[in-house]
Structures are given as C-alpha cells and as structure tokens.
Design a binder for this molecule. Structure first.
Ligand SMILES: [Fe+2]
Length: 247
C-alpha cells in the first residue's frame, strides 16, 4: 500500500514531535502493509508554513534514520498546501512542493468554506501548468459534506480526490464517514492517506479491509496502490535525489 498523506516529519508542524514518534508510526505503517509513505507537513495554512528547504532537510534526516534501521519502506517528501488566494502565484514562484518534489501531483487542503468557481479557476490554472491537484480529505470538508456532487465537478476540471483512512472507520464522525462512502461508491477516490498525527490511529489496513468489503478488490487496489503508483513513477529515488537538488 501507498500512504499519500502523513505528518511524520518531526518538529515541523502539528505532526510528530520527535523522531521516536516518527519511527513508531513508520513501524505501524510497515506492519499494516505500507511500503511507501509521503510525508506531507502543513504549508500556507496560517499557522504552519513549512518551506521546501525545511521539509527536504527533515525528510533527509528521517530517510537516514529509516535507512540506518534497515526498514523496508520508502519515505518521500511532500506538503499539504492550504488553498489561499495566492496559491497559483506561490506555485509560480517555486515555493510549493509537489508530492515527491518531482511529480506533477500537488496535495491541496481546501479551507472549510470556499468559493467553488474561484477554486475551479485555480484548478484550471494549475492544470494548464501541468499540475494535477489532489484534494486532501475531501470527505471532511463541510462544503463537500453538504454537497458531495461537488466532487464530480472538481474531478472533471482536472483535480483528484484523496480521502483519509480513518474517515472510513468513523474517526472523524458520521458525516465524513458517510461522505467518504459516497465518494467510494461513486468511484471518485483517487488515493488514500493516513493523515497520521499524534493522537490519531494509523488506519491504512482497516481502511483497506473496509474498501474490500464495501466495493471491489479491483477498486481497492486502484485506491491503495495503482493510482498512487502513478505519483511514485514521477518521483526520483531518494539515493539519487541528493545529486539533483539545487539549494
Ligand atoms: Fe494532513
């Protein structure tokens, strides 16, 4: 499985506070069958604004620890980018980290309330630049909960939908659970993320089981593996990555 959303980089946002906490979540991920994890700290959200440089430095430190312990998992860098009016300008300025840094996939977090037409315009502007926006935990957004049909519009404009593993188990309440199920039933979910933070349960295995029961094994495979592999294919291996970084 591929976990496309996590807060495992230590000391950057409201995610892991220590490397021990990071390693604990990584051990849980491995036990649950996860072999690739994207580390996606908060960016541009008004509280946390991790820079590319900070994220890549924390990511390298974590990768070194994982490598030293000989763990069978690949960690890739990324960011969960809050959508603001200056999203496209910040992308153009080179401030925003795509998943893996080299892929076209940009993980976006919508604010609780947003103007759909203005956001669709941003999606179009990003797709014109070759970017594929992924909407993080769409099932937890109040506007998408109220109108799940917005998902179809987002997808037809060029965005993809990500849901949080724990939402399928009711960790975020009934409404996100219901919305997540609707998105799965409508075959609108591109990928799954743990969105793991301290205090939350790591739910990738439980979510996989839920998906297998609720839908088809083929659809589950797409959500947990095949679609995220499309992101992975555009990511450079961590060992050759260092030679490509221009500080
Ligand atoms: Fe997150």
């Amino acid at each position: 499985m591929i976990d496309t959303h996590s807060h495992i980089l230590p000391e950057l946002d409201d995610g892991c506070e220590t490397i021990e906490q990071s390693m604990n979540f990584i051990a849980q991920a491995i036990n649950q069958g996860v072999r690739v994890m994207f580390a996606t700290p908060h960016c541009c959200d008004g509280v946390y604004d991790c820079t590319k440089k900070e994220i890549l430095a924390a990511w390298r430190f974590l990768c070194e620890t994982v490598e030293r312990q000989g763990l069978d998992i690949q960690i890739l860098p990324g960011a969960e980018i809050r959508v603001n009016h200056d999203l496209v300008a910040r992308y153009d300025a080179g401030d925003l980290l795509t998943l893996g840094d080299t892929s076209r996939f940009l993980l976006l977090e919508l604010p609780p309330m947003f103007i759909m037409n203005a956001f669709l315009r941003m999606v179009r502007q990003l797709t014109e630049r070759g970017i594929i926006p992924i909407i993080a935990h769409a099932e937890r957004n109040p506007m998408i909960i109220a109108r799940p049909e917005l998902a179809a519009e987002l997808i037809s404009t060029g965005a993809e939908i990500q849901i949080t593993a724990g939402s399928l188990k009711g960790d975020f309440g009934r409404a996100p659970r219901k919305t997540a199920k609707i998105l799965v039933q409508n075959n609108q979910v591109f990928c799954l993320g743990s969105d793991i933070h301290p205090g939350r349960k790591y739910r990738m295995k439980a979510a996989e089981k839920f998906l297998n029961k609720a839908g088809s094994i083929v659809q589950t495979e797409k959500i947990v593996q095949k679609n995220p592999e499309k992101i992975l294919k555009e990511c450079v291996d961590q060992f050759i990555y260092d030679t490509l970084i221009v500080e």
